[in-house]
Design a protein around this ligand. Structure first.
Ligand code: ATP
Length: 326
């Protein structure tokens, strides 16, 4: 295992930010920690990096207990959201810095820094200062600076948070390619579910200092374990225990994804409250015996466009598509 986290807790005064966490991450995984603001993701990352000491529990990197090691005494490197570049140094000097403090010879560090800059498509910008770069380019310098020292694990704390959506999507693909090329373990913190789904081999969903579920993007989307995960990843129609019992004869909370709700054919009659055009799909909000059901239909389905506010439609919720929640 690249990382083993055992019974890890962090208290700030009376407040429990991280609550008895257990987690195993394999070498070479792209692993994301996803959750709302304040759920404890960054605190876990900081304990892996060594910037924060746990109140309880252990952090093991490649089977070695590093819980009390200093940050520089761990085979990890961190990329921060604000890049933390040195403004007075050139791009090349910024990337060389980590090698310099490790006493790598001048010619060798120049060579390695240029190789790292080439990996992030910035070799032509080596002589510029950070202030002469765009946000995306600065982010790439921060990446080059982190990978040049060849860490076994790279920690990334919302590294794309400051970028606009288009650039963010471009950088997501670059990051994924870079991780594949380097073959090292990436631990990525984000509160953006689309970003986590796009990038990750596996995702841990955080809530209130605990992990609700760990799984591949597909597992989390298709088989969420809890209502929190069902609602945090994608859109979900969640039915209370009582409603699940009444409509489906199931004795636990359940959920169904909007694209699995069938409209038309045989079903219960409902009234369309909203019809929202989303380009590739059309989302209907249908009122059905006091429940509000969200359905998503393909925009290429000609019938979808005929359902308007106030239309009566038949809603078919198939029991086989239901997921039982804890
Ligand atoms: P975000 O996405 O906003 O960064 P997060 O999930 O990374 O959120 P953390 O930064 O890990 O959350 O914080 C978890 C909780 O711990 C928050 O409620 C935060 O206020 C609290 N916390 C973090 N650092 C400290 C500190 N040094 N002192 C006191 N409380 C802290």
């Amino acid at each position: 295992m690249a990382i083993s986290i055992r019974g890890l807790s962090k208290r700030f005064g009376d407040f429990v930010a991280v609550d008895d966490l257990n987690l195993e991450i394999s070498a070479g995984e792209f692993f994301s920690m996803l959750g709302p603001s304040g759920s404890g993701k960054t605190t876990v990352l900081r304990m892996i990096a060594g910037f924060e000491l746990p109140s309880k529990g252990q952090v093991l990197l490649f089977d070695e207990d590093v819980t009390n090691n200093a940050p520089f005494d761990r085979d990890v490197n961190t990329v921060f959201q604000d890049y933390a570049l040195f403004p007075h140094l050139s791009v090349l000097e910024n990337v060389e810095y980590g090698l310099k403090v490790r006493h790598v010879s001048k010619t060798e560090r120049r060579q390695q820094a240029l190789a790292a800059l080439t990996k992030v498509h910035l070799a032509d910008f080596a002589d510029r200062k950070p202030s002469q770069l765009s946000g995306g380019q600065r982010q790439r310098v921060a990446l080059a600076r982190a990978i040049v020292v060849k860490p076994k694990i790279l920690l990334l704390d919302e590294p794309l948070g400051a970028l606009d959506l288009k650039l963010r999507e471009k950088m997501q693909i670059e990051l994924k390619q870079l991780q594949r090329e380097l073959g090292i373990t990436f631990i990525f913190v984000t509160h953006d579910q689309d970003e986590a789904l796009t990038l990750s081999d596996r995702i841990a969903v955080f809530n209130n200092g605990k992990i609700e579920q760990v799984g591949s993007p597909q597992e989390l989307y298709e088989s969420p374990a809890t209502e929190f995960v069902a609602r945090f990843i994608g859109t979900a129609n969640v039915f209370s225990k009582d409603d699940s019992q009444r409509y489906f004869g199931v004795s636990s909370k359940t959920m169904i994804r909007p694209e699995q709700v069938e409209i038309g054919g045989i079903g219960l009659p409902g009234t369309v409250k909203e019809s929202i055009y989303l380009g590739s799909s059309i989302r209907l909000i249908v009122e059905l015996e006091g429940l509000e059901i969200i359905a998503e239909l393909s925009a290429s389905d000609d019938r979808a466009k005929t359902y308007r506010r106030g239309s009566t439609v038949n809603v078919n919720l198939s029991k086989t598509d239901l997921v039982e929640l804890k």
